[in-house]
Every structure is written in structure tokens, then in C-alpha cells.
Ligand binder design. Structure first.
Ligand code: PLP
Length: 465
């Protein structure tokens, strides 16, 4: 009891410091500083639950930011980090240096990657890995003697990070507004958003063809000799958890092959099991030249990302250093041994626990229960997803699929109501969409808790609307 009071005082003190000193990412700055958005001081985690300093426990059905794939509190990863920190906290990876952890992890990644992949370059975040991708692609085309082939096409609603280049690749207005983004040479094409297709009579296949045709029109208008690469998440994540319509990736690939354009699969969310396969590229039968990995690589126990390059790319990079010398690209913390140790323990755990398979089976169960529970509601336009990713999109009018006025913040209201019921979902940044991406170790019982809370939250919010 006494400790409870201590913790409450401590929470208040931390909240005050937080409002005064902490510049939070993706946060309404004024609202936070004025105390309008409450500070939540998260103190612990076990399995799929987190607890805060007030003792409140929540089922985290978004796995942090879809990254804590093996769940919280895994002793094995904590031990691996501690052991590595004691033995060798750091050494760099420049000029051929490595550590047992970083070298072992590179082999483990390539062993699990789709066929044709050759090497992994390590970074720390999804954003920096995507920055690396674009630099390597530019370098690749320079070495091949086609310096004009540099433009990158991404998609509206894509999310690829928030650096200068990666924020440009991201196709969400919030990440562009007042930042002078996107910067050339980035172009955005149609999102494969079947629910919002231009003509409702289109089948999934027809809509996929429509997206591929739009891409081809853009390539022709710009000049195919100027387009270097197309980047996409296997399933759109932050843009609204939107799975590709049938044969989308095959139709896109046909266009890319026709104009000799590289494919970058941004697997920051889907890598290491989220869709019930080790990689989303395998799940949708994509043929990427470059793959971005991050979050699930360590289940966020330590920051680590990677750029996986195919044999085709690697051969040209080798040619490049034979011509130009050592590659002029590197971070101090590339292949940080503590992060690599976390990655090894995490990948071992993924195998030991069989959570890739669980993401497929429990994911299918979760999505079907969610659909049964909420799709009949008059303000639910669509329930969609794949593997352990799901979204509920809210509409003002079910038949016309009209949006609510953004100022009404319907998505955030539902997310708050859900939190009051002990479950964390995410109000996706564009549109009124409630997203779920729980840890991949989720059980059916835990899935039932999420579904019940979601149905209840939706019922309550819309009763007052
Ligand atoms: N790519 C995708 C698909 C992502 O979802 C994210 C983050 O959510 C990123 C890149 C950026 O990763 P980070 O936030 O680690 O920079």
C-alpha cells in the first residue's frame, strides 16, 4: 500500500519533468506540454502486458510499435545482452572488423532470408536502413554507368521512416507538412487500398491491374531511364494496415522487370514472422532486390536494423569498390555487438517458441473473431489484415463509405475507449482506423480479450455520436 503511494508521487514528479524537458516523437507538442495528453510512465512488461508506474496494466495489442514480437520480459534476451556487455560492449565494424555476435547474426539472417539474398549491412533504425538502401541504389546505377537512373517511386500511404529521404518516401501528409518534404527525386504512386478503390465494381485483380497501370504511366511519363527503384511494404502498415489486393505484387513486378527497376521490400514490420512466414516477401511471393529489416530482428530489445542486398546488387557493389576504393558509408554503431547479441537470442527464441507459425494461426483466429464481433456495426466500414496485423476502419456512412470529419478524432476516441478497457490498439495516423499488431506469442485467450474490449469500445464511442 505504502509503495503504491510512493509510486504515485513518483509518477507525478516524472510527469512534470516530462512535460518540461522531454521532446517526444510523433506527439502534439503544445498539447503535451500543457498536460492535455497525459504522460504514461511505462515501468514493466511481461508477455503481452505492460504496466505503468501507477500500477495500471494493459494488454499491448500493438507490441509497442509493432516491434516487441516475442513479447516482454524474455530472460534469454536480457541475459544475452548482459553477457555481451560484460565481455565486449563495443567494437566497430569498419575495415573488416567484426565480433562473434555480429558475424553470427549476419549468417542467421541470410539463412532465413528469401532466396537470392547475399549480405546484410547493419544499421540501428528502419529509417537509417532505408537511407542506406537509397544510397546503395544510386551507387549501383553509377557503377553501372547510368547516372540518370536515380528516381525512387514509393506509394501514397507508404511508411518508410522520417529522415530527409525516408520522410520523402513516406506517403503520409503529416510527415511532409512544413518539413519541405518530399524532396526530389521521390515520386508517389497509387496505394493498393482496395476498400477505397476508385470504382466499386472493380474486382481485386482489376484494381491490382489499375495500380500497375498507374505505375507504368508514371514511369513512361518520367522516362524509364530515370527510375531506379520502387519501394513498398508487403502490406501497408502505418498507412492503415492495408493488405495488397490479389496478384498486386505480381502485376507490379511485371512492370518493374519491363523497365529494369529494382524492388525494395520494406520489411521493417513484416520481417521475422508477422504475417505467419519469416518474411512478407515469401508470403506474397515478391522478388525483392533489397530488403529492409528492423523491429522484429531484435523484438526491440535493442535498436538494430539491416539492409539485405541480393547477389545481383552485391556483385555491382564489389565492382564499385574495385573501381573507387572502400565504400564511403558507415555508422559508428553499425553491427553493435550488444544489439547483435539481442538479435541472435531473439531469432533463436522465435524458432524455439514457434511464433512464426503462431502468428499465422492465432492471427487468422484473431481476425476472424474481430470481424464477427464488429463488422456488423453501422460505423465499421471494413475489418482487414493478414497474419497478426488487423485494422478496423470507421466510416460515417456505411453504404457511401464517407469519412468522418478529421477534427472529430474518431480513431483516437476509439483507441482511448479501448485503453480504458485495458487494451492498447493504435489510432493510425491517417483516417479513422484502429490498428492491431500484437506480440506474435499472442494466445487465443488473449486474442479474445482484445476482441471483446474492441467491440465494447466501438459500441460505447458510437453510442454518443
Ligand atoms: N519502414 C517501415 C515499414 C516502418 O513501419 C517503420 C517504422 O514504423 C520504418 C520503416 C522506420 O523505422 P524506424 O522508426 O525504426 O526508423
Amino acid at each position: 500500500q505504502e509503495r503504491g503511494y510512493d509510486m504515485l508521487d513518483r509518477s507525478n514528479e516524472l510527469a512534470a519533468w516530462d512535460r518540461d524537458h522531454f521532446f517526444h516523437p510523433s506527439t502534439h507538442m503544445g498539447g503535451h506540454a500543457r498536460g492535455e495528453t497525459p504522460t504514461r510512465v511505462v515501468a514493466g512488461g511481461e508477455g503481452v502486458y505492460i504496466t505503468d508506474t501507477t500500477g495500471r496494466k494493459s494488454l499491448d495489442a500493438f507490441a509497442g510499435l509493432y516491434c516487441v514480437n516475442v513479447g516482454y520480459g524474455r530472460q534469454k534476451i536480457a541475459d544475452a545482452i548482459a553477457e555481451q556487455a560484460k565481455n565486449l560492449a563495443y567494437y566497430h565494424a569498419y575495415v573488416g572488423h567484426g565480433t562473434e555476435a555480429s558475424i553470427t547474426l549476419s549468417k542467421m539472417i541470410i539463412d532465413r532470408a528469401p532466396t537470392g539474398m547475399s549480405r546484410v549491412y547493419f544499421g540501428l533504425s528502419g529509417s537509417d536502413a532505408n537511407e542506406t538502401n537509397i544510397k546503395l541504389i544510386w551507387y549501383y546505377n553509377n557503377i553501372l554507368g547510368r547516372p540518370e537512373k536515380k528516381k525512387i517511386i514509393s506509394r501514397w500511404r507508404g511508411y518508410h521512416g522520417s529522415g530527409v529521404m525516408t520522410g520523402s518516401l513516406t506517403g503520409l501528409a503529416l510527415f511532409h507538412n512544413a518539413f519541405d518534404l518530399p524532396r526530389a527525386p521521390v515520386l508517389h504512386t497509387e496505394a493498393p487500398y482496395y476498400f477505397r478503390r476508385p470504382d466499386r465494381s472493380m474486382s481485386e485483380e482489376q484494381f491490382s491491374q489499375y495500380c500497375a497501370d498507374k505505375l507504368e504511366e508514371m514511369i513512361i511519363a518520367e522516362g524509364p531511364e530515370t527510375i531506379a527503384a520502387f519501394i513498398g511494404e508487403p502490406i501497408l502498415g502505418t498507412g492503415g494496415i492495408v493488405p495488397p489486393p490479389k496478384s498486386y505484387w505480381q502485376k507490379i513486378q511485371t512492370v518493374l522487370d519491363k523497365y529494369d527497376i529494382l524492388l525494395v521490400a520494406d520489411e521493417v514490420v513484416t520481417g521475422f514472422g508477422r504475417l505467419g512466414t519469416m518474411f512478407g516477401s515469401d508470403h506474397y511471393d515478391m522478388k525483392p532486390d533489397v530488403i529492409t529489416i528492423a523491429k522484429g530482428l531484435t523484438s526491440a530489445y535493442a535498436p538494430l536494423s539491416g539492409t539485405i542486398v541480393s547477389n545481383k546488387i552485391w556483385q555491382v557493389l564489389v565492382q564499385g569498390s574495385d573501381q573507387l576504393g572502400a565504400i564511403g558509408h558507415g555508422w559508428t554503431y553499425s553491427a553493435h555487438p550488444i544489439c547483435a547479441a539481442a538479435g541472435i537470442a531473439n531469432l533463436e527464441l522465435i524458432d524455439e517458441l514457434g511464433i512464426v507459425e503462431n502468428a499465422g494461426t492465432t492471427g487468422a483466429y484473431f481476425r476472424s473473431e474481430l470481424e464477427k464481433a464488429v463488422s456488423g456495426h453501422r460505423n465499421v466500414g471494413e475489418v482487414r489484415g493478414d497474419g497478426l496485423m488487423a485494422a478496423v476502419e470507421f466510416v460515417d456512412d456505411k453504404d457511401d463509405r464517407t469519412f468522418f470529419d478529421a477534427g472529430r478524432k474518431i480513431g483516437p476516441q476509439v483507441a482511448s475507449a479501448l485503453l480504458e478497457r485495458g487494451v492498447i490498439g493504435r489510432a493510425m495516423p491517417q483516417g479513422d482506423i484502429l490498428g492491431f499488431a500484437p506480440p506474435l506469442c499472442l494466445t487465443r485467450e488473449e486474442a479474445d480479450i482484445v476482441v471483446k474490449a474492441a467491440a465494447d469500445a466501438i459500441e460505447t464511442v458510437f453510442k454518443n455520436i
